[in-house]
Design a protein around this ligand. Structure first.
Ligand code: ADP
Ligand code: MG
Length: 169
């Protein structure tokens, strides 16, 4: 995938109420403005990378890029699970992410247990792979230290609550 690493950020919006949090794996959703900017070669599937909320610390993440049920599965959605336990929800805050690598395609599972096991193995793979020196470098990228702390800061210079930087430029 030539577009990786792929940097983007946007406001955290309410998701589809699939109850990810009840599974112990909350996923923060991006608005359409962020999803619409995805390069064509970043297809659906599970990705790993780095994420930060507002001006907070940078943590490992796994992201599912899938089909959005609101648009009859014709449009992509991006859902990020940050590998960190937060004290509170962060709806309305700016989530900054870099997609670093691809783990696997999307698939359906026969049971909730099988789904949770698959996600937990994605999380383990992300944790290990992101320790590679070339991936640790991205955690320290200026992109994260320059993160706007609020959506108003973002919209004042981009007119929409999203920002995309391809390969760091
Ligand atoms: P929704 O359907 O609204 O996306 P979820 O059950 O997927 O609901 O929960 C997602 C929300 O949980 C996020 O928008 C965020 O505010 C909060 N949250 C708390 N911890 C995390 C985390 N580690 N990763 C992602 N989101 C988290
Ligand atoms: Mg969600």
């Amino acid at each position: 995938m030539k577009s990786l690493p792929y940097f983007c950020r946007g406001e955290v919006i309410r998701g589809f109420g699939r109850g990810s949090k009840e599974l112990g794996i909350p996923t923060a959703n991006f608005p359409d403005s962020v999803v619409d900017n995805l390069p064509a070669d970043i297809g659906t599937g599970i990705y790993y990378g780095w994420a930060c909320v507002g001006n907070g610390d940078v943590y490992k993440m796994v992201m599912s890029i899938g089909w959005n049920p609101y648009y009859k599965n014709t449009k992509k959605s991006m859902e990020t699970h940050v590998i960190h336990t937060f004290k509170e929800d962060f709806y309305g805050e700016i989530l900054s992410v870099v997609l670093v690598g691809y783990i696997r395609p999307e698939r359906s599972y026969n049971s909730l247990e099988a789904l949770i096991a698959a996600i937990n193995s994605d999380i383990e793979e992300a944790k290990v792979t992101l320790e590679l020196p070339e991936h640790l470098k991205l955690r320290d990228d200026n992109f994260f230290t320059s993160a706007p702390s609020s959506s108003s800061a973002l919209s004042s210079n981009t007119a929409s609550t999203s920002q995309t930087i391809i390969n760091g430029h």
